[in-house]
Structures are given as C-alpha cells and as structure tokens.
Write a new protein. Structure first.
Length: 291
C-alpha cells in the first residue's frame, strides 16, 4: 500500500515577500552575531588577527597539532552521530506512543516534558553518578567496581552518548509529536479505516510525512552534540579530547601562542556543523513532504 505525498500550497509572491520581511530582522541579527564570531575566529586561526605581534598569514595553527586535531574530529563526529541516531529512534517511537492515546502515552509525554527541562550540565552529573563504577546503578545491582563496564571515561564514550541520546530524544519526541498532532493524525486514521496495519501506517504515512521534522531535529541534535563541552568534559576521556574540550584547553593555556590553535579547532567545529546543516537541507529537498 502506498500513499501519495501531500502537496504544499505555494504562497503568492506578495505573501512570500511579506514573510521574508517579517523574518528579516531576526536573520540580520543572527548573521551579524554568528558572522562576526565566525569571522573573527577565522581571522585569528589564519594568523590575520594575532593577540600580540604582527599578523603572519598561514595555516600554522591547523598544522601545529595534526594528530590531536584529527583524533578530536573522529571522537566528536562519532559521539555526535551515534547519540543522534539513538535520539532519533527513541524520540520518534516515543512520539508515536504519545499520539497513540494509550495508557502509557501520558506517562511517556510526562517523562519527555520533564527531560526537556533538565539542563545538560545537571543531566551529565546525574548520568555520571548513575553509571560510574562506584555509582548508584552498580551498587543497586551488587556489581563490584572492577567488574563494572567503564561507562564514564571509557574508550567507547558510553556515558556521554547515553546522556546526549537521552536529552535529545526528548527534544525530538517533542517536535515530532507536534507534527503528528496536526493533520497527519487524520491521514493515519484514514489509512486505518482503509485496512492498513500499524506497520504499514508507520512506514507509508507517518514516517514520510514526519521526515522533514525528523531530519531537522536530527541536525539540531548532531550540531549540539558536536559542540557540547560540559557533557564530554564531565563524562568523557582525557585523551583523545573532543573538539570543544580541546578548544577550551588551548584557549585557556598559559601561552598566548595557543590562542590561534584554539581558534583553528573552533573553526573546524563550525565548518563541520555547517556541513551537517547543508547536508540536512539537501536531504530535505528530496523528501516528498518537503516538496
């Protein structure tokens, strides 16, 4: 069973112009703030805006620590990708449960609402106290510290991934629930009346129509996880360092020579985030619901 995509009504040129004018102040402000920050970081990374001394254009800041920079990129992208995939799967399933109007839907909705309000710093501390080798969970299970898996500070960054997936899944569940609560629920009910099962409705109705929302939520979660400092610093390893932790350490170094290197790390993080956003918009243009 297949379902035709929903056609979007394109506004008139006057309506589109009016919409562009309404969002112009916010766009200009965002461009000034983000453009100014990224521009100053780029100038400092390429030696054009030194803290002291004369400008020395070049890429020395990028090549000063090639091993640490490549390792940081690998760690940050891996943690962000794994946590985002988990958040998308858990959040989407939670949204489907919330709009299903079952007995558990209210409980899932309440848990998601409470999770969204918890700051990441407090959530990271909570996960650390829960999953550390001397934490609450191994004590409740009666597992000695030497037999407990190294979730906190371990080689697989387990605690950091759990925290990011937990928090971001609540965010994705929130926005996907908002999408499902609109006309999409009517289409789902119509498909059920026509004899489609739950799996068919999820695959051919809910998933295609919520794909833009899921992609946007995934992009936001990935970019946040990529630049998250407090979660990775509290729950991660000391080596190799992820990009935000490496950037902060270099920026706070005693020597001012490390400031351009910190700017280079921050610029690499920004480029990766912008690349993720660009890929998201490219994927959005291929979805039937977006067209």
């Amino acid at each position: 069973m297949t379902w035709a995509p929903v056609a979007r009504r394109r506004g008139s040129p006057r309506e589109r112009l009016r919409g562009a004018v309404l969002v112009l102040p916010a766009v200009v402000l965002a461009l000034v703030v983000l453009g100014g920050g990224i521009g100053a970081t780029a100038l400092q990374a390429f030696g054009l805006l030194p803290v002291v001394g004369q400008p020395t254009p070049g890429v020395a800041a990028f090549t000063a620590r090639p091993g640490e920079l490549l390792a940081a990129v690998g760690v940050s992208v891996s943690v962000a990708a794994v946590s985002t995939v988990l958040a998308v799967v858990i959040g989407t399933l939670a949204a489907v449960v919330i709009v299903s109007r079952t007995r558990s839907s209210r409980a899932v909705a309440a848990l998601g609402t409470l999770t969204v309000t918890v700051p990441h710093l407090i959530a990271a501390a909570t996960v650390g106290l829960l999953l550390s080798d001397a934490g609450v969970l191994p004590r409740l299970l009666g597992i000695p510290p030497e037999s407990w898996a190294p979730w906190v500070g371990g080689p697989l960054w387990g605690a950091a991934i759990v925290e990011l997936a937990w928090k971001e899944s609540a965010f994705i569940a929130l926005i996907v629930t908002g999408t499902l609560a609109t006309r999409i629920q009517t289409y789902d009910e119509t498909a059920a009346l026509l004899g489609a099962g739950r799996a068919q409705r999820f695959r051919h109705v809910l998933l295609p129509l919520t794909a833009p929302t899921i992609l946007i939520g995934a992009a936001i979660s990935f970019v946040y996880a990529l630049g998250s400092y407090e979660v990775l610093w509290l729950l991660g390893r000391t080596s190799p360092e992820p990009l935000p932790v490496l950037a902060v350490r270099l920026f706070q170094g005693v020597s001012l020579d490390s400031r351009p290197e910190a700017a280079a790390v921050a610029l690499v993080t920004s480029v990766l985030a912008l690349a993720a956003v660009a890929l998201t918009f490219a994927a959005l243009r291929r979805t039937a619901a977006w067209r």
